[in-house]
Design a protein around this ligand. Structure first.
Ligand code: 3UK
Length: 533
């Protein structure tokens, strides 16, 4: 087999995927298209107006890899990226991989102290960031005693990465690698608020793009993908980058915050065929559509869409029904994770059960086990474990969490599931106290730690509570110090504190002020007693 190639035998089910012994994934994802006649096809449409063809992408990736090497980055070095959804994201990510450097895209909604932690934890050699995030990234760098050797803005100032790229050579030989070598990392949040770096291999994006993207969702060459979830999430990375690249399709990159208005505008202007959202956004979009029904604004034109996708948290059946009514498209809900890279259980166009996560993606396997480690009978709830070739190898610098999560080739998702009488997988909640808010992790401990910083707070417990759409948001139960009134002023002060120190989606939407918190004999807060639903 020629080096840096992958062969896919689709006559078997699941498709049989074989990698050449020397395998750098940048070659089949980027350079392959030149040999398959897509040089002049547009791969990226930025909502700002820029377009990039497959031919230009391949050249820019080479320039980026060369620029990174010239900056002094070596094979295996980590490059942290706080980069908005843009063509530069592609250049940095793939240029690094092709040059043997390990890109680590970070959540751009985070705050300085989160970045400081990840810069230190990763031992990265370089940080590259978009100007939009400088107010959090620059203070993070200030907090560190040892700073990364290379710190650059992506664009916009002299000395920025784009400038270095422009003067770099546009030929680059792929660094030698193998399918199971470390390729890129994604940070996943933990219960204590300390993110864990999930280390992914060269083969992982091939596996998820083939088994889920192509074989389950059916992404094809004429598709235009639009992901409201950003590229730094594993979900967005697949939706907006690896799936279109793998299928020779194209994507729309939208750097701003996704709201009902902005996403509708993108759909009307750029006519995507597949739209990827998260339940919270679908709920907001529906509210906007249903309110405008009686008003004067016209319903947006959804006619380009052939299918919509949801992941990140469970999609309530009611949202599925209303979206279909309003747009004429089904939403395929599927569960994925950062550790698995993408979706491993999913509904599919010809097999949907609203309110369930669907069935196994072919190529992955699952088991639902009881506390004794044995598989539960069908219909009973247990912990969901999965297996598949796109799962991360380990967490960087964290053998304890690795051992807790990955054992005997099985990945513990941390989710409770059951399989119903027809075999569909049904989500039953987390086995830890973590919450998904708008599809993004939220640790109750982190919010509690912020609340107790306030001098009026004695102690606090945060739990998830369902809003009117059936989606979870944080609720704070706060015990105030003696003599403090549970007034609107107090609530306002606590809200302000949370908003100033936490990522924007993490503030509590409701405050309760009990006299005391329910606790076990050993003093552990019993969060389950505070949950109202
Ligand atoms: C929860 C869901 C019910 C579940 C992700 C698609 O969400 C993604 O990755 P994360 O690491 O979180 C993983 C956890 O989120 N979850 C995700 N999807 C669903 N729960 N129904 C769903 N459909 O707790 C899971 O363990 O942020 C989603 C693709 C790639 C991803 N990384």
């Amino acid at each position: 087999m020629q080096k840096n190639t992958v062969s896919i035998d689709t006559s078997q089910s699941p498709a049989k995927i074989d990698f050449s012994p020397e395998f750098n994934v940048a070659v089949p994802f980027i350079d392959r298209h030149l040999h398959e006649g897509r040089k002049d096809k547009v791969i990226i449409r930025e909502t700002g107006g820029e377009e990039v063809t497959y031919g230009q992408l391949s050249e820019r990736v080479n320039q980026s890899g060369n620029a990174l090497k010239k900056l002094g980055l070596n094979s295996g070095d980590r490059l942290l990226m706080m980069v908005k959804d843009s063509a530069e994201f592609f250049y940095l990510f793939w240029g690094a991989i092709k040059a043997g450097i390990v890109p680590v895209p970070l959540n751009t909604l985070l705050r300085a102290k989160d970045y400081a932690f990840m810069i230190e934890d990763s031992g990265c050699a370089a940080v590259v960031y978009s100007t939009e995030f400088r107010n959090e990234v620059e203070p993070a760098l200030e907090m560190l005693s040892v700073k990364p050797e290379i710190v650059l803005l992506t664009e916009g100032e002299s000395g920025c990465f784009l400038e270095k790229m422009n003067s770099a050579d546009s030929e680059l030989e792929a660094a030698p690698a193998s399918a199971t070598d470390d390729c890129f990392w994604l940070y996943s949040s933990g219960t204590t608020g300390r993110p864990k770096g999930a280390v992914h291999s060269h083969r992982d994006m091939v596996i998820s793009s083939q088994y889920y993207g192509k074989d389950t969702l059916g992404v094809r060459e004429d598709d235009i993908c639009f992901s409201a979830a950003k590229l730094f999430f594993a979900y967005g990375l697949g939706n907006g980058m690896t799936f279109p690249l793998w299928s020779g399709a194209s994507c729309i990159l939208f750097p701003a915050r996704p709201t009902p208005d902005t996403t509708f505008e993108v759909i009307e202007r750029f006519k995507p065929t597949i739209y990827f959202g998260v339940p919270t956004l679908y709920a907001a979009q529906l509210q906007s559509l249903e309110n405008s029904g009686s008003g004067n604004s016209a319903t947006p034109d959804f006619s380009s869409l052939r299918v919509s996708v949801s992941a990140g948290e469970a999609l309530p059946a009611d949202i599925f029904r209303r979206w279909k009514e309003k747009t004429g498209t089904v939403i395929l809900d599927g569960i994925g994770s950062t550790e698995a890279l993408h979706i491993f259980i999913s509904n599919r166009a010809d097999d949907i059960k609203a309110g369930s996560s669907g069935r196994m993606v072919l190529g992955y396997s699952a088991k639902i086990i009881a506390e004794n480690g044995k598989q539960v009978p069908q219909g009973e709830e247990g912990s969901l474990l999965i297996q598949g070739d796109s799962t991360c190898k380990y967490y960087w610098n964290n053998p304890t969490k690795t051992a807790e999560t990955i054992a005997d080739g099985w990945l513990n998702t941390g989710d409770t599931y059951h399989q119903d009488e027809e075999g569909y997988f049904v989500y039953g909640g987390r086995s830890d106290d973590m919450m998904k808010v708008g599809g993004i992790w939220c640790s109750p401990f982190e919010i509690e730690a912020k609340l107790v910083e306030h001098s009026k707070v004695l102690e606090a417990a945060v739990v998830g509570r369902k809003d009117e759409s059936g989606l979870v948001k944080p609720e704070a139960h706060v015990v105030l110090v003696d003599g403090t009134e549970a007034s609107e002023d107090t609530t306002g002060e606590l809200l302000q504190l949370c908003k100033s120190g936490l990522a924007p989606y993490k503030y509590p939407r409701w405050f309760q002020f009990p006299e005391e918190l329910p606790k076990t004999a050993t003093g552990k807060i019993q969060r389950f007693k505070l949950r109202s639903s």
